[in-house]
Structure formats: structure tokens, C-alpha cells
Design a protein around this ligand. Structure first.
Ligand SMILES: [Zn+2]
Length: 411
């Protein structure tokens, strides 16, 4: 395709509101608008990515291996979630948070990651005891007042199930965070309970306890179920219960993992410490998210001059340009070469503009096709053109007769 047909508009600089280097280069190279809308050059990439994926699926069937193979082909390192059918690319600008095991490769979104939970102590159950705990309506205040670690406390979270208005009372260890995603996967959609709903269940906010509730669906985190002698609320303002033990003191409809894993927690597969990473979901349930994929590729595949997309992800294989000559007609030589490259099945962007060579070289780097071919007078005198791989530092002179085979060799 000719540069003039695509109406590509490259930019010298990106506006400061563009957050990341990848987005800035997509804008500067004319793939996307200032507001992130995908323009013609970007649409060509999306089309190419879709076709590559469809070709792989047609050949190897639709499976997680095909998805993985596709990402490898376009130059993207990905991790597959162990908890869902999601694939993540690990990039600093990603808007998703994952936990990753550096030892065995276990990966999951932070919300759904599992961890090997260990009770804080394995002491024998002690008798239940009501204690006065003034001004202790948070776990932090309670732990200080009791001179106990937060691991020895239980925390209550109260919701109402949307489906049937059922009051849902969740107990997690005081130092842990509830994963609403895990909870919803177990009980369905919920919202925070209102003060009236809490009161109706017999719970007292700030001092809530699973002991002595009316008509509640009690969910106990599995770690709470295996932790002896936790301090929990007494459902009475200013009081807590010491040495609560499940199931001795209260019952639950459900004992399940409903807490968030945190960086440093033990990997559920091998117990090495999980690490936090910023990431971007690029596929879920076998569906590739192509636009997000283009943004992710741009974040990873660029240098200080522009995009460096792989042959499977670039809009064209070849960027063809010509430098005007004094005695030879380099433009018509380039036209002929353009035809030959196209006939040979190489998708080619022909920069047919009447621009200075410097402008064309800059745009070639910015747009980032894997191969640049330059037709110049000196080379042409001996039947040669200049070939440069986008990611190579050196260029080479290649005989016109060999150019197609040489390019295919590099791609
Ligand atoms: Zn592991």
C-alpha cells in the first residue's frame, strides 16, 4: 500500500497527557488518535493479528496451547491464570494486578489467587470469655487493647444477597482482606448490608459476632475454621468474646477460601513466596482482546525511535522508501520494486511522499515495520538497494535480484 493512500499522519511529539511510552508511540506513528481511538494503521494490525490467530486456530484447533502459541508468535510473554481461563501479559503499565510464583509459575489475578494458609497457632481450645473492650470498634484498636497480634482476631463483614435479600455474615481472620470475587463466586451477587439489616440480624456493627445471629447465611473463611481461640465481637456494644472456636461456638452454611492472597504469602502449589506484578489481561475464555493486545505490544516492543513490532504484529512487512537522485530516476525504480515485493507476497508500505530523506527515515523508525528498504542513487548504479532490519544497528547493501529472498530469510 502507498503511504498517500493510507493518509498516515505521524507526529513529532506526543501530548503530555498520554500516560505511557507505548501509547505515545502509537499516537506519534499514526496508529491511534490522541484519545486512543485506533486509526487505519492500527486497524491493519488488528486485522493481521486476527488473521494470524484464526490461521493458528484453523490449523491446531482452539485450545489454551493455541492461544499460548499465538502470543509467542507475536512476541509476547504471557502467563496463564491457574484459577480462570485468563492470560496475562506482565507489563508495568498494566491495569490488572496479579500474584506470581517465581519458583513454579503459579499465576492468578490478585482477587482470585489462592495461598497455602497456616493457622497462627495450634493451641488447644480455651473456654469462651466475654470481655469489656471500650472504644475497640476496629481490629487495629482491638489488637492494641488486647495486646494480641491481629492474627488472633476475627473480623466480620456483612452483606445482603441481591437474589433473595438474605443477610450474609462473613468471618475472616482479623489481619486478612476479604476477596469479594471469591465470596460472590460462592454465594452470588451481594451488596453491603444497611444499618437496619445489620440490626435486624442481631449483629452490632463494630462488635459483630457470628455467635447468636438470626436468619443469617454465615460464611467462615477456611483459615478461621482452623484457627483456635480468636477474639471476635460479642454483638454487644463495647464487648468482645475471647477464645471463639469454630464449630464449637457457632455454625456456618459455608466454610471456604474467601480471602485475598497478598504478596509474600505462600504459593498454593509449592509454598514459595508469591510476588505481585502489574499486568494486562490479553485473553479471557479463549477470546483474545485484540485492541488491548495492540496497546500491550506497543508497551513492550519499542525503542527510543519508535515501534519495533514483530513481523506477525506489524502492519506491513516492509517499509519501502526512495531518496531522490541527481541522474537516476530512483522513484520509478522504487515503483518497480514495490510491485515486485507485492507480487512476492510481501506486504509493503511504499513511502511515495515527496519528503526529505530524513523525514522518511524517522517515520520508518516510528512506524516500525520489521524491514526497511531504501532505493538510492549510489546503490542503484551497481544494482543494489539498502536493507535494514528495524531492530538491527547496521544496514546492508543487497542486489535487487536477491532482495525478495533476503527479506523472506529475515522475516
Ligand atoms: Zn509455586
Amino acid at each position: 500500500m502507498k503511504f498517500s493512500q493510507l493518509s498516515i499522519q505521524t507526529q513529532r511529539a506526543a501530548p503530555s497527557e498520554i500516560r505511557t511510552d507505548g501509547l505515545a508511540f502509537l499516537y506519534r506513528a499514526g496508529y491511534a488518535s490522541r484519545s486512543g481511538e485506533i486509526l487505519s494503521l492500527g486497524q491493519l494490525v488488528l486485522e493481521r493479528l486476527r488473521q494470524s490467530f484464526e490461521a493458528l486456530t484453523a490449523r491446531f484447533g482452539s485450545s489454551p496451547e493455541t492461544v499460548k502459541g499465538f502470543f509467542v508468535q507475536i512476541g509476547l510473554n504471557t502467563v496463564k491464570s491457574h484459577e480462570t481461563d485468563e492470560v496475562f501479559a506482565i507489563i508495568a503499565s498494566g491495569s490488572d494486578e496479579i500474584l506470581l510464583c517465581p519458583a513454579c509459575g503459579y499465576a492468578s489475578s490478585r482477587e482470585l489467587a489462592r495461598t497455602r494458609k497456616q493457622p497462627y497457632s495450634s493451641e488447644a481450645a480455651l473456654p469462651l470469655k466475654k470481655i469489656l473492650t471500650p472504644e475497640c470498634n476496629t481490629i487495629a484498636q482491638l489488637a492494641v487493647f488486647m495486646q494480641l497480634p491481629q492474627e488472633k482476631t476475627a473480623k466480620a463483614l456483612m452483606f445482603t444477597r441481591l437474589e433473595d435479600g438474605k443477610f450474609v455474615f462473613v468471618v475472616v481472620r482479623g489481619d486478612m482482606q476479604l476477596s469479594e470475587s471469591k465470596l460472590k463466586a460462592r454465594v452470588g451477587e451481594v451488596r453491603l448490608a444497611t444499618a437496619a439489616e445489620i440490626a435486624a440480624s442481631g449483629a452490632v456493627a463494630g462488635y459483630a459476632s457470628p455467635i447468636g445471629l438470626r436468619e443469617a447465611l454465615v460464611v467462615v473463611d477456611d483459615l478461621v475454621a482452623s484457627s483456635p481461640n480468636l477474639v471476635a465481637g460479642a454483638n454487644e456494644h463495647g464487648y468482645h468474646l475471647q477464645n471463639t472456636n469454630y464449630p464449637r461456638d457457632y455454625q456456618a452454611m459455608l466454610v471456604a477460601d474467601v480471602t485475598q492472597a497478598a504478596p509474600g504469602d505462600a504459593c498454593p502449589e509449592c509454598t514459595a513466596a508469591l510476588e505481585r506484578r502489574d499486568a494486562s489481561i490479553v485473553s479471557s475464555n479463549g477470546q483474545i482482546q485484540f485492541e488491548k493486545l495492540l496497546l500491550t505490544l506497543a508497551e513492550i516492543h519499542h525503542d527510543e525511535k519508535g515501534l519495533t513490532l514483530s513481523a506477525h504484529a506489524a502492519p506491513f512487512d516492509v517499509y519501502l522508501m526512495q531518496v531522490p537522485g541527481k541522474t537516476l530516476d530512483t522513484l520509478s525504480a522504487a515503483e518497480t520494486l514495490y510491485q515486485n515485493l507485492t507480487d512476492a507476497g510481501l506486504s509493503t508500505l511504499f513511502d511515495d511522499r515527496d519528503e526529505r530523506a530524513g523525514v522518511k527515515f524517522n517515520d520508518a523508525d516510528l512506524i516500525g515495520c520489521p524491514i526497511r528498504v531504501t532505493v538510492g542513487e549510489r546503490g542503484l548504479q551497481s544494482g543494489m538497494v539498502e536493507l535494514k532490519s528495524r531492530i538491527a544497528t547496521e544496514n546492508q547493501m543487497v542486489a535487487l535480484a536477491d532482495i525478495v529472498s533476503k527479506i523472506k530469510e529475515i522475516l
